[in-house]
Design a binder for this molecule. Sequence first.
Ligand SMILES: [Zn+2]
Length: 364
Amino acid sequence: MIPPMNDHQLFPTFVVGSLPRPRWVRDVIENRRDGRLSAQEADRLLDSAIPSAVRMQERAGLTYVSDGEWRRESYIKVICEHVDGFKMEAVPSVSRVVMEPAVVSKLRQRGPLAVDAARFLVKATTRKTIVALPSPYILGWRMWHAELSRSAYPTRKEFMDACVPILRAEMRALAGAGVDHIQIDEPWLLMLVDPDHRRRIGATDVEKEIALCVEMVNAVAGAAGDVPTSMHLCHAHFNRQRFSEGGYEPIIEALGEINVTRFAMEFAAPQSHGVDVLARFPKGKILGLGVIDHCDSKVEDPETVVSRVEAALKYLPAERITLNPDCGFSPSTQNPMNFDEAYLKLTAMCRAAESLREKYGREG
Ligand SMILES: [Zn+2]
C-alpha cells in the first residue's frame, strides 16, 4: 500500500530540496571534491552552515524543510560522492559539454548517501523533514556513456539496475532515521515530452522510455515503507534557463502507475503549459503544485500564488493539493542562484498557503 500523507493542515508547503549556497559553502564542497579539504573537516564546516538554511525555511513558514542539500555538489552527484566507480570526464550534457562523472567501473559503495545528513536535519528542526534521492533512470542518462561505461555495464539499463539496490537501501535508512517525506528526483520523465530534448539525447522510442522510467522509480519507491514519497518532475534548469519545454499530456497516464504518494510538479513556468492537464491527474495521488518560478528573479506576491492554486482547484480538491516551487532553487554548486530571493519566494508561497487555509480550510 502507498502510505498516505498525514498533514493536519490544508495546503502544506514543501521545498523541492536544494537552496542557494553561500559562496563559502560552495567552496567547501568543491575543495572537498578536489581533495583540498577532508570529508571530516568539510562536515564540521557544513554542520555549522546548515542550521542557517533550516532556520531560513522555518522563518519563511514551510511545513516541510530540507537541509538545502548543502552537503551535496548536486542532486545527482550525491551518488558519486559516496560510491566508487565514477570518473570525471568531458561529456555532453543537455546544455553543453562539461566535466561530469561517468561510470567507468563496477559500483562499490563507500558509505551512506544521505542518511547521515538526514539524521542531522531531523535533529536540527521541529518541522517536518524532506530528503531527496535521484531516480535510477536519470542516473542512467546522466552517468552512463556508451564508450566510457560499456566495459563496466554493457547497457544503460544494466547501470540503472545496479543503482537500484543502493537507492533502496538508502530509502530504508532514511525511513529509519525519522525523515517525514522522501522524494525521488526525476526531471527526465517530463523532459521526454520535448522532441528537441529527445533528439539531443537520442531517445527514439518515447513509450519505451516512459515505461522504463516508471519501472525504475517503482523499483526504489516501495523501499520507503510507511514513509510517504514524492516524485519530482520538471524541465531542469541552469543559470535561470530551462532545458526543455512541453506539457504533461504525454506522461500524465504513466503517473498513475507510479507507486508514490505525491508528485511535485513544475507548473508556475510557462514551459510546462498550464494546469488544464490536471483534469487527467491520477486518482488517489497528491499534487505538489509548482507555484513559484525559481528561474524568474521577480518575487511572486502571495496573490499570484493564490491565483495559481485556485486554477488547480478547478480540477482537484483542496485536500489533494500541496504547494512547492517548480524546482530546487540551486540543484548544484555550479548553479548558485540567490539565497535572499529564495527566502522571499518561499515566504510569499507560505503566506499564500495561510490565506488559502483561511478561505478553504476547516481548521482555518
Ligand atoms: Zn527540478
